[in-house]
Design a protein around this ligand. Sequence first.
Ligand SMILES: Nc1ncnc2c1ncn2[C@@H]1O[C@H](COP(=O)(O)OP(=O)(O)O)[C@@H](O)[C@H]1O
Ligand SMILES: [Mg+2]
Length: 264
Amino acid sequence: MNAAEGIRVEEVSMAYGSSRILNEISLSIRKGSVVTIVGPNGCGKTTLLKIINNLLKPDQGRVFVEGTDVNLLPAHRLARIMGYVPQGHKISFPFKVRDVVITGRMPYIPAFSSPKREDMERTEQALSLTGISGLADHPYSQISGGERQLVMIARAMAQQPSVLLLDEPTSYLDFKNQILTLKMITEISRSKGVTVIMTLHDPNHALMFSDEVVLLRKLNGNRVGNMIACGLPQEVMTPQNIMAAYGVEVEIVDVKGRKLLMPL
Ligand SMILES: Nc1ncnc2c1ncn2[C@@H]1O[C@H](COP(=O)(O)OP(=O)(O)O)[C@@H](O)[C@H]1O
Ligand SMILES: [Mg+2]
């Protein structure tokens, strides 16, 4: 393993049946950076996250994590490297928040064994890292949507991953909780050196909270590459690129030295 290298996606293509979703996606993601994948509904953001996490096998291409092909890593090793927070997770049993977070320790607990002291400690650290220690004894089913998102991030962090994958971590959250969650995610990346790859719907959030942005478009049967651009947020999120991805006309406005997109 090469710990200095983050994630490398090499010419990944993927189809469901005859419908091609991803075409020749190549990315190089620096270790410790926050990378956001944006693009219209159905352009393949979730598919790409699942391929990075080896939950889906691409038709072509490969993914490397810290220099190793994800295909060659046993599942339990990959689970220690990558934490994944899927979209719209629902747990309806009245588990306590702490019990949900401790399930993140599964890759470290041998079959038929109980959590050890270290698992307990890592669980408390993850609760503290995400600012939800006070919720540890609350039933997961009775906390707010914003708090649940933090619980799922804590659960992923209890895994001690070096890569955190988050699929639409802000959907269903109100404005305040969206900002709180995104700040938490970037803070975790900074403080722990974790590489974050997330998908977001709001192009302005991508501009504000990412080191780099990957902008995808829908293929609609075209055999072209569907990555419009990747790189620094301000260079990727141009009016031309937003038009190509979403078909929406926007203007860049400057607010206290920060660039934001405003639909016309
Ligand atoms: N398991 C599947 N079988 C067939 N089609 C799928 C499957 N998963 C996703 N798709 C289709 O692939 C496209 C991309 O899906 P997805 O990666 O979820 O996009 P996004 O996350 O950008 O909205 C969509 O048109 C979706 O309907
Ligand atoms: Mg999706």
